[in-house]
Design a protein around this ligand. Sequence first.
Ligand SMILES: Cc1cc2nc3c(=O)[nH]c(=O)nc-3n(C[C@H](O)[C@H](O)[C@H](O)COP(=O)(O)OP(=O)(O)OC[C@H]3O[C@@H](n4cnc5c(N)ncnc54)[C@H](O)[C@@H]3O)c2cc1C
Length: 442
Amino acid sequence: MRLLIIGNGITGVTAALTVRRLRPEAQITLVSEESEHHYSRTALMYVYMGHMRYQNIKPYEDWFWRENRLTLVHATATHLDAARQHVTLHDGQQLGYDKLLLATGSVSRAADWPGQHLRGVQGLYGLPDLARMEQSTRGIEHGVVVGGGLIGVELAEMLHSRGIGATVLVRDAHYWGSVLPPAEARLVDQQFEENHVAVRYQTELAEILGDAAGQVRAVRTTAGDEIACQWVGLATGVTPNLTLANTSAVETDRGILVDELLQTSVPLVYAAGDCAQHRQPAHGEVPIEQLWYTGRMQGETVAHTICGTPTPYRRGVWFNSAKFFNLEYQTYGRVPARPEAGIDTFYWEHASGRQGLRINFRSAPGFAVTGFNALGLRLRQAVCETWITAQTPIQEVMSHLGAANFDPEFYRQHEADMVAQFNRQFPQHATVLRHRKGLFFR
Ligand SMILES: Cc1cc2nc3c(=O)[nH]c(=O)nc-3n(C[C@H](O)[C@H](O)[C@H](O)COP(=O)(O)OP(=O)(O)OC[C@H]3O[C@@H](n4cnc5c(N)ncnc54)[C@H](O)[C@@H]3O)c2cc1C
């Protein structure tokens, strides 16, 4: 089998490695326009901040690919001819395939603001962006970041690490308003304050202003303010990269449309990861998943189907993690930003404002837990997922909270407080702590 994969991100590489394991004889070729070798996109910020060098964010040594008979092609795939089963590269070379996986990822989304093409205005998605940011933030005093999501806070932290002042413009009334409940967002705010990053809520970008040389000099906000800056980071989300798919008959919408086997509308062509849009997402799931771990799962799943074992993609319990300056964040299951009908929510916060724990559970008898948000403390993924999948009652979860924690010492100190607060808030579910021997270290 000749397998051609476009994109060497986590999705493409996971698919390649899985196929190599399942089909030792397969001919596997990975094409990428961005880099010769796979690297961890999520670690880009650490290169800018000087914590890591580029070679440190490549999970595999350069010899690994040859050793595993994975052919790497550093080129742009410009055209897909699905009828003739080949892809054309920018230099005219044609690569034939028996099966093709489109794992083309995303591109930064831009909203067509006046001035967005000025020098010093950019998004952060890949290595060319990192190089551009490296160059255009050298020696500057102030940068403005547009967007209150994960990349927005990363950009602010990157600027801060080099002593560059930062202002973040956030459309919502609080940070990451579409995802975080206000209490959790306040903890993130504290991080912004401690790191002297100015955040303007309910404020959008109106216009980017340039000087005579075409270099950004300020932004104007929808509130009418002008903020002087020498660099603007656009962090208003990403959108599936459809450039190659759109040269073919492969059906697209916002992403490349796929069924549960991650098959596109064209035979022998699959799509997975950030670029794929699920035709029928399961209840409560989003059609386009733009996460590292879902890319890995989709890459692994599609590899089985490609190798002849049709395997539907099942994401399982939702999970995500991030870091806002010094504040770690994890989420499991469903924890929407706003209260949901039929769901009760328990929120505990440490007096320091540096740790928060939210647990959602059904209001109806059974009182099954449905989701967890943890900030400043680390939960054990396997325990939380088991509790959610098994529809464990909230009382049982509260009485065994320590089982989910990575830091038993912290829990020993605060578990009693959490449970006492829970009992005050939900006297009908009042519970007692149980410290079963060994539970903390499971
Ligand atoms: C700065 C940043 C931080 C992030 N942090 C997190 C995080 O903390 N946690 C998390 O879960 N997710 C995070 N993400 C999202 C996560 O990185 C992505 O969901 C994931 O990398 C997507 O993997 P992928 O393999 O589907 O696509 P990609 O990693 O985008 O790989 C696709 C590759 O295909 C190449 N390509 C596209 N078209 C062509 C073509 N025509 N020819 C040749 N090559 C082509 C692209 O250049 C790219 O290299 C972050 C993203 C960014 C940008």
